[in-house]
Design a protein around this ligand. Sequence first.
Ligand code: IPD
Ligand code: CA
Ligand code: CA
Length: 265
Amino acid sequence: MNPTTNIAIRAARQAGNVIMRSFSRLDSLTVSEKQANDYVSEVDCNAEQAIIETIRRAYPAHAILAEESGEHGKDDFQWIVDPLDGTTNYLHGFPQFAISIALMHRGRLESGVVYDPLRDEMFTADRGGGALLNDRRLRVTDQKGLKGALLGTGIPFRDQRYIDAYLAMLRALTQETAGIRRPGSAALDFAYVAAGRIDGFWELGLSIWDFAAGALLIQEAGGVVSDIGGGSRHFETGNVIAGNIRLHRELVATIRPHLPETLRA
Ligand code: IPD
Ligand code: CA
Ligand code: CA
């Protein structure tokens, strides 16, 4: 395994300890609202600090982009950190949240780690080296099309600009598939596509730290991640579709008629 992936694993475990220590005292946490429906707690910040310290100790020259504290330094290598993905779930005691850490070199993903501290599930990927869940190799499903497929999604809860378009997509896909889940942690949703637990996924308005690691997991598990219009600007737009090659194609085709002009990147 790439040494950078090992550092990401170590950092994710440390953040996992911070997160689990507070999971039994949620009522006493300090929480603030960054913007409408967007919460941050002391746990997010402490977990992020633990991750940054671990990365810094191993790679002092590397740059870091972290959700809560922003950009640290400039370098060809940049770590992309979401210390707690699924904060709303976490604050409600809803057991679906994760830590997401990716490393990019000049914009190309090198390492990706998504860690679920509740289930002790460590999803890891090295560019060109495949994806693993703990020690088991991951592969996306070979689901042939929408009929019978189980999909994941994220329902818009902050920015409501595209709610009608989103609901039209949801309606179309509800009618075509076996079911749709909204677990509430995009990082884990991506990891679950890579692990074959869901066949595909789509969401509007993600940030790069929500799915940088997850995108490498899916890619290394044989799947495809794209912008919602099917193009490759997903890290810029944050509007994403993922799945195995055939399902991805069908998802793009089913969603396209409902896409507002401005989202056809
Ligand atoms: C959120 C989760 C959620 C997704 C949101 C993200 P956060 O991340 O990934 O599933 O729907 O768009 O912002 O804020 O809990 O780190
Ligand atoms: Ca997130
Ligand atoms: Ca977060």
